[in-house]
Design a protein around this ligand. Structure first.
Ligand code: AMP
Length: 428
């Protein structure tokens, strides 16, 4: 026997156990379903990418960029060249160009589901490996896509059945109007600098937009009177924002204007939005967010290309389902369990399982436990049917097929099993 300690998962990382997978599958299938219904195509991109792509994608000055990136060291690297993706947008844009999708009719609508990695402080709803549903519209700057992306995200949450959701919306302008606004914002905050949190004192010069989404109580009193960017949009940005709002209104999609909703990166332009779960306060109530990022393609070395997208948290969507008291019944491993009543029956049981599998998903219990114990655990696991056989039955090629819901049981020939099961056990 080994004397070493049992090795546990690393901090902030967790397993999604079979009993939890039913809820996960519901959330994932809702994602696939709505993405396809809106005409988005699935893409896969690597989980490991060049560090420069990741860094430019999230920005060095953001929380993710400054302290949450996992860098990967391989045996022949003097210094790391690769990193685990903390989000997928930059990878999707890279793939769009590398895969020649920029040559296809535009825009290209893409989606993916997969794990992301951030070295953040773990807590409920915040993990170091978490999963996102991500979709992007690349290659067209029309505000109609912004509204569509918002509608798609909302449809996903609705399809899951999460009810207590609120949508927040803002526009952060573009390279035309934002610089002048940022000067106004700095001019407003400079005389207040000494009263701000040290992080905000720094942001005032490095990333003033982020003063607006600061959560520090000491900075809160100054926000209300701060200039709002939506009062200072240039004409094209104001028109685009009006168009997004018109489309949302026409689609019956409710939202709240939130002038403090920002993205701290230069490549974000115009629309930003976020879905919150209203039942939960705190930093972990965001179910997903997105916006337009017309400057990202050039930031990672590709031709100037407009794009808009959304990233939703799958872990959090699953969590919110539970919060709202929606129980997703765990699925049994299979519909039918073959239960041999003795040790010499494994070949017969395997054959029965093979025959039944043509019709329904089928598992077998080869364990050496008593028939009683096997039936007890079959009931617990939620099998719909159990096919029991002893040696005499095996010799006659029959089983006792039991309906675990009604408790009825009847002898069925092996070769009749598929038809009988497909007919829902009719005649039991
Ligand atoms: P972001 O890319 O930061 O805008 O995140 C988009 C969504 O991903 C958030 O709204 C969350 O639902 C989810 N998310 C982000 N970080 C984490 C994390 N560390 N753990 C779990 N979910 C996360």
């Amino acid at each position: 026997m080994s004397t070493s300690q049992a090795i546990k998962a690393a901090r902030g990382l967790r397993d999604i156990l079979p009993s939890e997978r039913a809820a996960w599958r519901l959330v994932e299938q809702a994602a696939h379903g709505v993405a396809r219904r809106f005409g988005y195509q699935e893409i896969e991109v690597p989980m490991i990418e060049p560090i420069e792509l990741i860094e430019r994608g999230v920005g060095a000055d953001t929380d993710v960029g400054s302290k949450e990136i996992y860098r990967v060291i391989t045996q022949d690297d003097a210094k790391p060249r690769l990193a685990l993706r903390p989000e997928a947008t930059a990878s999707v844009v890279r793939a769009y160009f590398e895969g020649g999708l920029n040559q296809a009719p535009q825009p290209v609508r893409l989606y993916l589901l997969g794990p992301m990695f951030r070295h953040d402080r773990p807590q409920a709803g915040r993990y170091r490996q978490f999963y996102q549903f991500d979709f992007e519209v690349i290659g067209d700057g029309s505000a109609a896509w912004d509204a569509e992306v918002i509608e798609l995200a909302g449809s996903w949450l609705a399809a899951i059945g999460i009810a207590q959701v609120s949508l927040e919306l803002n526009s952060i302008g573009d390279a035309n109007c934002r610089p002048a606004y940022l000067e106004r914002l700095k001019a407003y905050y400079r005389p207040l600098k000494d009263q701000l949190h040290p992080d905000c004192q720094r942001r005032l010069e490095t990333n003033p937009l982020r003063l607006l989404d600061c959560k520090e109580p000491q900075c809160a009193p100054f926000k209300a009177a701060a200039p709002k960017i939506t009062d200072h949009l240039c004409e094209p940005c104001a028109a685009a924002f009006a168009e997004v709002r018109r489309l949302l209104d026409a689609g019956g999609i409710e939202y709240r204007l939130n002038p403090y909703l920002v993205r701290g990166l230069d490549y974000y332009t115009r629309t930003v939005f976020e879905f919150h779960h209203t039942a939960l306060g705190g930093a972990q109530n965001s179910l997903g967010g997105g916006g337009r990022y017309d400057g990202l393609a050039t930031a990672i070395g590709y031709p100037d290309t407009p794009a808009v997208g959304f990233a939703g948290g799958i872990d959090r969507a699953v969590l919110m389902l539970a919060q709202e008291g929606q129980e997703v019944v765990p699925e049994p491993p299979a519909e039918l369990l073959v239960v041999p009543g003795g040790g010499e029956l494994t070949v017969a049981a395997a054959e029965v399982a093979r025959i039944a599998r043509v019709a329904v998903s089928t598992a077998a219990d080869y364990s050496a436990r008593s028939l009683r114990a096997k039936m007890r655990s079959a009931g617990k696991a939620g099998y719909r049917w159990v096919a029991i056989l002893d040696e005499a039955e095996a010799a006659r090629r029959v089983v006792q097929l039991r309906d675990m819901v009604s408790g009825e049981q009847r002898e069925v020939g092996w070769d009749e099993l598929p038809d009988r099961l497909l007919a829902g056990g009719n005649g039991l």
